[in-house]
Design a protein around this ligand. Structure first.
Ligand code: ZN
Length: 292
């Protein structure tokens, strides 16, 4: 089961989120048939996205996190909403590169150098867009840097995905700790000490720790209080109407070319791989709706 704990320290100087996301990442891996390194990249960003979505208030609010790099993976994109629904994809799910010397999946080499963009869409005229250069390509560090530089929120983010021999997800999850205004030096030092002392997220899960246990470790000495437990899910909300809108968006000229080709058009949703077919007659109707 997927779960995210939303908690604060008793002194209200820190908030924390701890996520177990094995099932939702497994769903994504099944849909996209990703290689282990692509699964790790996608799983880490899906976990981060699920955590970041919790802060959203409006039912139509959306956060999209997009990583674009010059490595063989190309990029990773994740969209999340306030219901705890996440979806995403990688540009090249077949990417296969050697493990790092320490035997870990080499996500940073798969991604390469590039940018991390966070788009916060609150249904207003213009979305809020923040962008930073990638600092490591390992995703958690890059998001930590994003929060510090683009949102001025000191954070600690850790994400981990462990892929099994049969390519399914063995463990997946992560946490985010954020300092709230007025956090004292003492609190900061306590967190630094806690973070220094804990092993990686996947190691903790492998040892049998649950989200509550991890929360206890990262906020050790700060008396964490859980306010809410959210159940995020991998879910796509695509439908025929949205695909039709996307076709209208490509313009009259290209739609006319499709019609001239004389073949039924098949399009797949990037997020869930669902197939939508449009016959020539249907394309002709769509052409009428396109205004340029
Ligand atoms: Zn879809």
């Amino acid at each position: 089961m997927n779960r995210i704990l939303r908690a604060t320290s008793k002194n209200n100087e820190v908030r924390a989120f701890v996520a177990e996301t094995k099932d939702l990442v497994n769903t994504a891996v099944k849909i996209h048939r990703t290689t282990p390194v692509a699964s790790a990249a996608l799983g880490r960003l899906l976990t981060a996205g699920a955590i970041m979505g919790i802060g959203l208030k409006g039912t139509k609010d959306l956060i999209t996190i997009s990583i674009k790099g010059d490595g063989p993976l190309g990029g990773v994109l994740v969209t999340t909403d306030s219901n705890g629904y996440v979806k995403g994809y990688v540009n090249n799910p077949e990417v296969d590169i050697p493990l790092k010397e320490n035997g870990k999946l080499d996500v940073s080499s798969a991604i390469g150098k590039g940018t991390l963009t966070v788009i916060r869409d609150f249904g207003l005229k213009e979305p809020y867009i923040g962008q930073v250069e990638l600092v490591s390509g390992e995703i958690a560090d890059d998001l930590t840097y994003y929060y510090a530089s683009s949102e001025q929120v000191p954070s600690v983010i850790a994400l981990g995905v462990l892929v099994d021999i049969d390519l399914t997800i063995k463990e997946s999850g992560g946490f985010m700790i954020q300092l709230l205004p007025g956090a004292t030096e003492e609190t900061i030092q306590t967190i630094e000490k806690n973070i220094y002392e804990i092993p990686s997220v996947t190691t903790m899960f492998t040892e049998g720790l649950k989200a509550e246990d991890i929360l206890g470790r990262i906020l050790n000495g700060l008396e964490p209080k859980v306010h809410e437990i959210i159940q995020p899910e991998y879910k796509c909300n695509c439908n025929r109407k949205k695909v039709e809108k996307a076709i209208i968006g490509i313009g009259k000229k290209d739609i006319q070319e499709m019609i001239d080709d004389g073949k039924t058009i098949e399009t797949n949703c990037h997020f869930c791989d669902k197939t939508y077919n449009f016959t020539i007659d249907e394309l002709k109707v769509i052409l009428e709706k396109a205004d340029k």
